[in-house]
Design a protein around this ligand. Sequence first.
Ligand code: GFB
Length: 309
Amino acid sequence: MNKTSKIFVAGHRGLVGSAIVNRLQSEGFNNIICRTHKELDLSRQADVEAFFKEQRPEYVFLAAAKVGGILGNSTYPADFIYINLAIQSNIIHASYLNGVKKLLFLGSSCIYPKYCPQPMKEEHLLSGYLEPTNEPYAIAKIAGIKMCQAYNRQYGTRYISVMPTNLYGPNDNFDLETSHVLPALIRKFHEAKIKGKNEVEIWGTGTPRRELMHVADLADACVFLMRKYDDSEIVNIGTGKDLTIKELAETVAGVTGFKGALRFDTSKPDGTPLKLLDVSKINQLGWYARIDIETGIRDTYDWYVRCRQ
Ligand code: GFB
């Protein structure tokens, strides 16, 4: 990949895609192509094939996806499986038809079994039952991994798949029904502080552990792997550190300046109890996450206050 390579970032307005575009631009890549959903519906095969035929990108970051938190996944399972299967199948196949040199597919840590040994290693894929709240999404992502591997085997393509841990950062979804935990907590604590409330509701028991990574670290890892990694086997991307939802909530309360109490709503699902990635493979390749959780939350909260309220 050189500075003038034609690079298509699919999903450039989302959390991940926007961070990848920022990262590429900051390194001087000057031939990045992007399309909004209105300009190109990636779930429509004929439109995607026409776009690839006309534009002929050399490199593809496949960051377009239907994503959401625990409630979004449980409420819209059909959308999560259908839209993701459609988008990734269209892009992977069009990349093959049009001679894309290399493609990076973004998976998710929820591809690993619900009761996976911790930390979760790449080899644990398909070794047990999935977490029911996000099974349709996970099945779509597993299909994407297998599709990249199958194309590499049959057609000699260079499609790599990366499995990020739970992500957060600027351009995240802050909708309280469909978002992931961190943007939801930022919004809840901020609004509670502004309105002078003395209590904030946290879903579940507060005991599940999650590993959270700032999306700027993910973008850095994706560009690193696009340059350095060529194997069909998946690669985890994470920080290697986790914390409980209660600890996360206390950290967000501290960053936002909320001084009241936490109330745990145990009628809401906890989801998978533990979700920590084993990141020794990417560490051995020479990459490490750099942004600690408190710095990352501060950055995201600043962005939220500036851009989203
Ligand atoms: O981030 P999250 O929605 O998804 O929830 P998962 C993580 C944990 O935070 C769960 C708790 O135990 C939630 O019950 N939580 C507490 C909250 N308060 C809140 C809140 O206000 N909002 C939300 N959303 N959670 C997702 C999958 O699982 O992980 C996706 O659904 C994807 O498919 C993603 O794989 C990485 O970590 O449980």
